[in-house]
Design a protein around this ligand. Sequence first.
Ligand code: NDP
Length: 270
Amino acid sequence: MKKFAVIGNPINHSLSPIIHQLLAKSVNLNLKYEKILVDEDNFPKRIFELKNEYSGLNITLPFKQRIVDISNEKTLEVMLTGSANTISFENNLIKADNTDGYGLIKDLNDFGFDVKDSSILLIGAGGAANGVIYRILSQNPRAMYLHNRTIEKSMSMVTKWRNEYKSSIEIKLFSEDVKKNIDLIINATSSSLNSSISPINLSGFKKQALCYDMMYGKKTPFINCAIENNLKFLDGLGMLVNQAAESFRIWNNVKIDSLTIKKIKDELLY
Ligand code: NDP
């Protein structure tokens, strides 16, 4: 039986083992999927040990960047974002992918939102924001506005992605005067973990704007702010299940349909 695992520190909270078992059950596949707590000092050594026992690993905080350095093969997305969440062990090689951006776009599409030609505000400049920006830009939005508490980090992202995407996509820092243009506001910060206020004031955006919080599992200040301003909202559970389904496809060569993804989301809510 093939063995997989998610590694991180901390790791206890991870829903990945449950999601991967539900994905496997949906296509009658038998596999093992475990959670492994990895000590930060031991990281590369542990990966090389796990290589002999597992077919693939999901990588979560704080290792998404460090795994890139020790991978032998990387997708373009991994090279550009410098972040990976899925590795496959094949012919003694470590192959790195990033399925977070795929998960976000698929969840938005399943909700009925098309990124193409939309104006998007991405809040945050940490691993999550940097991990998904390539996939968002590759859908050809009209404009991409960036915002972060430490604004210098958003400024570096603007410079980097303008250089990578010498196209018609407008990439710039968010300012109050563009609020009415924005179709999608993505909260890719961890502010809900340490603050009781939304990382952005959601008043003044257009009525049709969709507010997407990458956090899941609770009503965050960002979601509450969307509700107060009568805006549509979605949390990150669908992104989580869809990124897992894409890792599952990479490892097992089986694509999971949207109805099954929805059923798994519903099961996780109960
Ligand atoms: P990082 O620690 O790398 O980055 C944190 C970001 O949040 C930084 O931009 C930081 O700003 C900002 N931030 C932290 N506290 C506040 C605050 N009080 N007010 C405003 N901004 C704040 O975390 P990640 O990028 O890895 O993760 C971000 C979130 O995305 C997490 O909640 C995580 O659970 C979620 N996530 C969800 C996924 C899913 O599948 N649904 C997948 C991946 C992540 P600054 O630079 O100023 O410190």
